[in-house]
Write a protein that binds this ligand. Structure first.
Ligand code: HEM
Length: 264
């Protein structure tokens, strides 16, 4: 029975469509600025979902549910494919079209995306400088601080492997989670054993490689988009632009999983 005091839920009220459509506020009358805003907002929504799903993978690993973790990793990978494919849309914007409104962005840049940094933190690439960009008490800083102190996906995976019976060195299990994930010859030996004798967990390793490769793919497509749109100009965020971005491509999140390939 409908309750007059709480109106029936509709598509628009459930999804907050009015609010959503009010969130695109261009700073110019240039046609392409709406595309630029929409695509960034869509990315931020997917980043939100990626973080939500990555937290789930870590929870599932902590509960020793490797198969369920794999299932969720597949969802993450599918989202990453969409993120990479979306670059094509923005690449329909020519350098001249971007220039019609670029100066309106002032110092704003994807460089300041706290959710992207959160995702990097979860994958083990943490940086104090990324946190210090945000004021005390802001949503972004609070979220980044929490992820700074939290174990990374790689840590959750190593603890899971330990409980699966693998002799992960204790210094890996008690490592300082704020530090970058470093390659470890002992972990690599264990991973080779997993690949050769434990197909179930070997598949899980492959999904982590997919994730790592997916992020690198996004970085590569992003830098190419930047090169074709602004060439060697510096970024609005103050970096050297394409040269800085190129330096981030090809750095693996999980180095051990890449190191072992030649030994398999
Ligand atoms: C015309 C399109 C774009 C251009 C020209 C562009 C340009 C740049 C540049 C030059 C940087 C380096 C930092 C700086 O100095 O500003 C950067 C960083 C970044 N951009 Fe873009 N960008 C574009 C589209 C996008 C889109 C659609 C996203 C999606 C969210 C995005 C996300 C990021 C992120 C996350 C970073 C930080 C990367 C890192 O530090 O590793 N960008 N962008």
């Amino acid at each position: 029975m409908s309750n007059p005091e709480s109106p029936a839920i509709t598509y628009g009220s459930y999804l907050k469509v009015d609010e959503l459509l009010a969130l695109q506020q261009p700073r110019s009358d240039e046609h392409d600025e709406i595309l630029f805003i929409v695509i960034h907002q869509v990315y931020e929504l997917w980043f939100k979902e990626l973080l939500h799903e990555t937290d789930r993978v870590m929870d599932l690993l902590r509960q020793d549910m490797g198969d369920r973790a794999q299932h969720t990793l597949k969802r993450i990978l599918t989202i990453l494919k969409v993120l990479v494919a979306q670059v094509d849309i923005l690449e329909t914007m020519t350098p001249l079209e971007f220039l019609t409104f670029r100066n309106r962005l002032a110092a704003a840049s994807g460089f300041q995306s706290d959710q992207f940094r959160q995702f990097e933190f979860v994958l083990g690439a943490k940086s104090r400088a990324a946190i210090d960009r945000f004021g005390e008490g802001t949503r972004a800083r609070t979220a980044l601080e929490a992820r700074w102190n939290a174990a990374t996906l790689w840590d959750a995976f190593l603890h899971y492997l330990r409980r699966e019976g693998y002799d992960i060195p204790s210094e890996q299990l008690t490592r300082d989670v704020t530090m970058p994930v470093e390659a470890s010859p002992q972990v690599q030996e264990i991973l080779i054993d997993v690949y050769q004798n434990d197909p179930r967990n070997g598949e899980l390793c492959e999904r982590l490689v997919d994730l790592d490769e997916g992020v690198q793919e996004w970085r590569y497509r992003h830098v190419k988009m930047v090169e074709r749109t602004i060439g060697r100009k510096p970024g609005t965020g103050g970096s050297s632009g394409a040269a800085y971005l190129a330096s981030t491509v090809g750095k693996p999140a999980f180095p051990d999983l890449w190191e072992i390939r030649a030994s398999l």
